[in-house]
Design a protein around this ligand. Sequence first.
Ligand code: NOJ
Length: 506
Amino acid sequence: MPSSHWWRTAAIYEIYVRSFADGNGDGEGDLIGLRERLPYLRELGVDAIWLTPFYRSPMVDGGYDVADYRDVDPLFGTLADFDAMLAAAHALDIRVIVDIVPNHTSSQHAWFAEALAAGPGSLARDRYIFRPSSSPGEPPNDWESIFGGRAWTRTPDGEWYLHLFDPGQPDLNWDNADVRAEFESVLRFWLDRGVDGFRVDVAHGMVKAAGLPSVGHPQQIGLLGREPLPYFDQDGVHEIYRAWRKILDSYPGDRMAVAEAWASTPLRLARYVAPDELHQAFNFDFLAAPWSAAELRSTIDACVEAADSVGAPTTWVLSNHDKARHVTRFGSPEIARAAALLMLALPGAAYLYQGEELGLPEVLDLPDDARQDPVWHRSGGTDPGRDGCRVPLPWTAGEPAYGFSTTGRSWLPQPDWSSFAASAQQDVPSSFHSLYREALRLRRTFTGPLTWQESPADVLDFMRGGVRCVVNLSGAAVPLPLGSVVLASGDLPDGTLPPDTAVWLH
Ligand code: NOJ
């Protein structure tokens, strides 16, 4: 029975390890701190956690620049700390998904050092994408870095290497047999340690179009998601996932993988979650949809239809460590609360980002000298980057660094978050935390596909099993449908559902 797979309906909580909880007082979140806070996650009611990279890394891109895929960076602890955290999570019935970063390594990875030293034409260079100039002094093609600027950096011997992200993140050559074998071995390394799955970074990027053709125009990434690009979503990438699926399936315990993939249409995205490939793909169309009933409904329908076409579950996500927090994106805590009830009523898996259960806003006023995201630096300070959604969590009101670290240190400064701290919200019925906790508890009883009900324009109304979810996106209150209220994102005065409010009814 497919429905017995835990990941089909799971609520998975993303942990940006550096900003979750600091166990040793250095102001950086770590694995010991995370382990100590696992009971909080059990109580919140999540089924699994996804950890952003904690591997050895110079931290040019928050750890998405991996120098050693088989070790923990001292910033985050040791392999023994990882094992202890994993055992503690499993003891609480929380599954653990780790990030795998296969599109690029760090420029401090041993392979890259070898490639630079070995010179043009060497076997070591073939593991990456080195090319000569297209004409004197000119890069091999016009590809742009997703972080701004060109995607090529020139080495002292005149060859260029490709980096779709920061120059500290050279792209691997997935036509090279060493690269394929290495990542299969890395998967096994973490599966053997007992992880329940992987989040695959830039899952659509590993294979590049033959001949590395130029795109032909600038601002390529601005068009991402609609225009086919020679460095994204190439057909050849699927062969990699068919090989990975065989490895995952060879382990007991229902292991899984979720793709961070961008494709031009929901149907192209569905190819990543064919039965012999990965298990899930993030649904960024939902994250990107504006607060509009028509847009949300058509996005939900398109995503459900695409996932159904290959028998995969849909996934839903409102925030992550790359996007402005949705309280700020929507410009209103009320909308964020209603959006959470919408998301958590939908069929499939839901991904939560640490702190959204506290209603944290994006931090917009970080001092420039505190910012660390390469997006900020490579854009010459014109794009604030992603540090604003990575500010360490407030745990305890009244404590230094709100209890994030034992010493009050915090690698990014926190604003006045007294009222947002977990301690200020737990057991307060009207809080974000209580809403999420109750929604996650009730959500476990929801089964089956959704059926839209007839509703006024600007109102979303659907049934799932015995529950009815109604969301009012219009500017005026609407009558509350008949039924007993199970949970609501805000007050329901006089039998009405106010604007920007969601309700679950029986
Ligand atoms: C996606 C990750 O989520 C992001 O944080 C990172 O910068 C890029 N991939 C590059 O690895």
